[in-house]
Ligand binder design. Structure first.
Ligand code: UD1
Length: 423
C-alpha cells in the first residue's frame, strides 16, 4: 500500500493554483441525471471521489467524456439519455457517502430508485434522515430495508414547503435537485448557506431550472418539466485554499492562492487566522498568505457557513500544536472528528480531548513518527504537521488524501516542498 513520506523542517514559498471544489463537483455530476441533454462541466478536479461518482453514474447508464485541460482540471461532458439502472449499490456508496446525491435526481426524473444506505464513517454517525424527510415532503414514498433506501413517486414529485430542522449541506442539495423537476413550487427553509449550494443552484439554472434564494436560508424552486444542454465551471475549492493557507502558517512560509475570491469563500476562517497573526493580502485573482511573526493561540468553533468550516478543523489543530500557548477547538458539526488528535500526539503534541472540545497546549517541537490517516481532512493535517516537525514522518492510508486533494505532491513541489510517495 502506498504511503507518504514527509520530510520535516520545510518552508512553503510559492504559488498554488486552487482546483475545482470536490464538494461542488460531486453534486454537479449528480445533476446530470436530471436531464437527457448533455451537461459539460469545466474545472472538475481529478480526484478519487470524482472517479467514484463517475463510476456510479456509468453504472446507471450515463455516459461521459473526459478532456484533461491541465494537470489540475478536467472538462467532463456527461449525458444521461440512456439510464437503465436505478440502483446505487452498496459497493460504490460505501466508498463515498456523497453517492447519496443520486437519490433526488433519479427519483425526480424516473419516479423510482434504490440507493444503498451509506452507514456511518470515521467522523460520525452521519444520518440522512433529513434527505429522506425532504423527499417525502415532495410526495415520495420511502421504504428502508436490507440496507437500501427504496424511493418511489409513481405520479411524480409535487412541490411543497420543507423546513430543515438542522441545516444539512448534501440534504439541501438532494432535495433541491429533486424539486427542480417536481410539479409546482417548493420552498426550502433553513436551507444550508454553503457556497457549494449556490454553485449547484447556478448550474441547475443554467440547465433551465427556476431556482431563487440560494445563498439565503430560504430557497424557492419552481419545478420545470425538463432541462436543456448546459456548460458550467466548478467553483474553486475553499477547503483546499484554507489548507494551503495553514501550510504557510505552520511552515512559517508564504503562499499565493490563485483562482478565486477566497475572502468571500472563507470569511470566518480568514478572520480567525488573522487573529492568530497570519497576514492576508489581496492579489490578482487570489490571496497571498504570509507568516509575519510569532502566531498567537486562538479559540475555534466549527459551524455551518459562514462560520468556521469543520473541514478545516484538523488542519487548524495541526497548526495550533506549533503555536505557543493554549488553544481550544470546539467541533460542533461532527461528533467524532478528533481522530487526528491521537496521531498528532504520536508526534509529540500535547492535546486533551473531551467530547466535542479539544485543548491544545502548543509550542513544543513535534517529531516525525509513523502515523495513520483516518479520514480525508485528518490525512492532510498530518502532512502539514510533518512539514513543520523535526525528522521525517511516514503517513499510512493515504488513499484518503487522494479522495479529496488534487496533486498535493506537485503543488507542494512548486512551492519548494518535497514529499514522496513510497510503497
Ligand atoms: C458536507 C460536506 C462535508 C462537510 C459537511 C459539513 C459534501 C460532499 N460533504 O457533508 O465535507 O464536513 O457538509 O460542512 O459536501 N444531519 C442529520 N440528518 C441528515 C443530514 C445531516 O442529522 O439527514 C446532521 C449531521 O449529523 C451533522 C450535520 O447535520 O451533524 C451537518 O451534516 P451535513 O451538512 O449533512 O454534512 P454532509 O452534507 O454529509
Amino acid at each position: 500500500m502506498v504511503k507518504i513520506k514527509v520530510y520535516g523542517n520545510q518552508k512553503i514559498d510559492g504559488i498554488v493554483p486552487i482546483s475545482g471544489a470536490k464538494n461542488s463537483a460531486l453534486p454537479l455530476l449528480a445533476a446530470a441525471i436530471l436531464s437527457s441533454n448533455s451537461l459539460k462541466l469545466k474545472n472538475v478536479p481529478p480526484l478519487l471521489d470524482v472517479s467514484t461518482m463517475l463510476d456510479l453514474l456509468e453504472s446507471l447508464g450515463a455516459t461521459y467524456q473526459i478532456n484533461q485541460d491541465s494537470m489540475y482540471a478536467n472538462t467532463i461532458e456527461l449525458k444521461a439519455d440512456s439510464i437503465y439502472n436505478f440502483t446505487a449499490p452498496y459497493e460504490i456508496v460505501k466508498k463515498m457517502r456523497a453517492s447519496i446525491l443520486v437519490l433526488g435526481p433519479l427519483l425526480a426524473r424516473f419516479g423510482k430508485c434504490k440507493v444503498s444506505l451509506p452507514g456511518g464513517c470515521a467522523i460520525g454517525v452521519r444520518p440522512i434522515d433529513l434527505h429522506l424527510k425532504g423527499l417525502e415532503a415532495l410526495g415520495a414514498t420511502i421504504d428502508l430495508s436490507d440496507g437500501y433506501i427504496r424511493a418511489s413517486a409513481a405520479n411524480g414529485l409535487k412541490g411543497s414547503d420543507f423546513d430543515f430542522p438542522t441545516t444539512t449541506v448534501t440534504g439541501t442539495e438532494n432535495v433541491m435537485l429533486a424539486a427542480t423537476l417536481a410539479e409546482g413550487t417548493t420552498v426550502l427553509k433553513n436551507a444550508a448557506l454553503e457556497p457549494e449550494i449556490i454553485d449547484l443552484a447556478n448550474c441547475l439554472n443554467k440547465m433551465g431550472a427556476k431556482i431563487s434564494g440560494h445563498g439565503t436560508s430560504t430557497i424557492v424552486i419552481k419545478g420545470v418539466t425538463s432541462l436543456h444542454e448546459a456548460e458550467y465551471s466548478v467553483m474553486p475549492d475553499r477547503i483546499e485554499a484554507g489548507t494551503y493557507a495553514i501550510a504557510a502558517g505552520i511552515t512559517r512560509g508564504r503562499v499565493d492562492l490563485i483562482g478565486g475570491n477566497f475572502r468571500k469563500l472563507l470569511p470566518s476562517f480568514i478572520d480567525k487566522m488573522e487573529k492568530a497573526g497570519l497576514r492576508f493580502t489581496d492579489i490578482e485573482n487570489g490571496l497571498r498568505v504570509e507568516y509575519s511573526g510569532e502566531l498567537s493561540p486562538i479559540s475555534v468553533n466549527t459551524e455551518p457557513f459562514p462560520g468556521f468550516p469543520t473541514d478545516l478543523q484538523a488542519q487548524t489543530m495541526a497548526m495550533l500544536c506549533f503555536v505557543n500557548g493554549e488553544s481550544n477547538i470546539y467541533e460542533n458539526i461532527w461528533e467524532n472528528r478528533f481522530m487526528h488528535a491521537a496521531e498528532l500526539m504520536r508526534m509529540g503534541a500535547n492535546i486533551t480531548v473531551f467530547q466535542a472540545h479539544a485543548n491544545i497546549k502548543g509550542g513544543k517541537r513535534l517529531k516525525g513518527a509513523p502515523v495513520m490517516a483516518t479520514d480525508l481532512r485528518a490525512s492532510i493535517s498530518l502532512v502539514l504537521a510533518a512539514l513543520a516537525a523535526d525528522g521525517s514522518t511516514i503517513i499510512d492510508r493515504v488513499y484518503h488524501l487522494d479522495r479529496g486533494y488534487c496533486c498535493v505532491k506537485e503543488k507542494l513541489a512548486n512551492c519548494g516542498v518535497t514529499i514522496d510517495r513510497i510503497s
